[in-house]
Design a binder for this molecule. Sequence first.
Ligand SMILES: Cc1cc2nc3c(=O)[nH]c(=O)nc-3n(C[C@H](O)[C@H](O)[C@H](O)COP(=O)(O)OP(=O)(O)OC[C@H]3O[C@@H](n4cnc5c(N)ncnc54)[C@H](O)[C@@H]3O)c2cc1C
Length: 410
Amino acid sequence: MNQNVLIAGGGIAGMAAGFAAARAGWRAHVFERAAEFSEVGAGVQLGPNVTRILQDWGLGDALKQAAAFPSGLHARSMVTGEVLATLPVKDAVTTYGAPYVTIHRADLHGLLLQAAEGEGASVFSDSVVQRVDASPDGVAIEVAQCGRVQQHTGAIAVAADGVWSSLRQQLLGDGLPSFTGHIAYRTLVAQADLPAHLRSQDVSVWMGARAHVVSYPVRGGDYLNVVCLTEGQLLETDAHNLQALQTWNAQKSDAQTLAELQHALRGACPTLTDLVAACHAWRLWPLCGRPAMRGAHEHAQGRMALVGDAAHPMLPYLAQGAGMAIEDAAELGVQLAHSKPADVPERLLQFAQVRWQRNARVQNRAVRNGQIFHATGPMQWGRDLGLRLLGSRVMDVPWLYGYQGNAASP
Ligand SMILES: Cc1cc2nc3c(=O)[nH]c(=O)nc-3n(C[C@H](O)[C@H](O)[C@H](O)COP(=O)(O)OP(=O)(O)OC[C@H]3O[C@@H](n4cnc5c(N)ncnc54)[C@H](O)[C@@H]3O)c2cc1C
């Protein structure tokens, strides 16, 4: 049997898995259906649990070039603008041994792509994985590449094909993800185009009734990433179009989006309404998900593993979806290091057992954070009091940021 690791999907999860598998000495092949690797979208926050892995992988300097390094994460009232509490994320290096960064998705993706190719992974665009067959002896995938269907064989198949994963359907057959009732509107604005009082090099979470807004710097601090998250119904046309909207790129007219945002943020303080009004080219993202993982069988079976959103899509309220995809890849690398094709089922079982509860915990905590961020009435009152009295102690998440996993360097 050959040492091929066949990876469906070249997003953050697929690229990180390709890097980790190649670094562990395997022949990694990443197949991405998009014709070009142009990760549009917006920013992501990466906690020290994730940057620690990137540093271990030798990507610390590349991260420094692309990321922004905020000093604080401020929990604010959407109505008054008051800072209720601040988590001094600049202290992450001292507390957790790695920084808390904010970065454009395209920059993170580019960094992983370059690293994966540098380790010898083969990366193919315009390649749709149509089918996977796994047996105790090996895996075979069918890939439509540049108009021709080709078969590839290997020792492992990895589904990194995102929240709408078709490989997950082949393995688990547990249906499509569903709309969570939450909608994200995302945009980027050049800090130079904002009036001075709206520019920021920190992370702010503005919490309101059934909505919140997150803003933070990306591209070395030159741009501000702004995300508005609301609860509500989708327009009928959008509800019938869920999958097409999930391209990191779905866009509506500015006037229509601004009207939807103004409605969701009614009663917000002038700073926030000014910020939203100063932004353009919003991209709409209906958040779709699944229940938290229920067992190791959802992460791997036999010679096939699921990583990233294909395995555990999550609400972005803990800012860890890409982070968990990178943690998955690190664990995959640890399991594959020094192992042979014959050991794969055992190694993937280990991988699944190490990862599933952690991912389920993060998925559940993200849901809870949403309830806290969007609280109304007495719950909102209690939240604000707790933040004022206890400050960063209620914002820090040591079990999340301090995680070392099994992810020592192979
Ligand atoms: C509003 C919002 C804010 C977020 N903020 C954060 C944050 O701050 N921090 C964080 O860590 N995470 C954040 N996330 C989550 C994070 O973006 C995702 O968890 C992460 O991008 C998932 O990566 P993935 O590679 O698993 O999936 P995707 O990015 O969806 O990649 C899947 C890839 O597979 C390809 N593909 C699909 N089917 C096939 C096929 N059959 N054959 C070949 N290729 C295929 C797709 O084209 C795609 O490129 C946020 C998400 C949202 C929506």
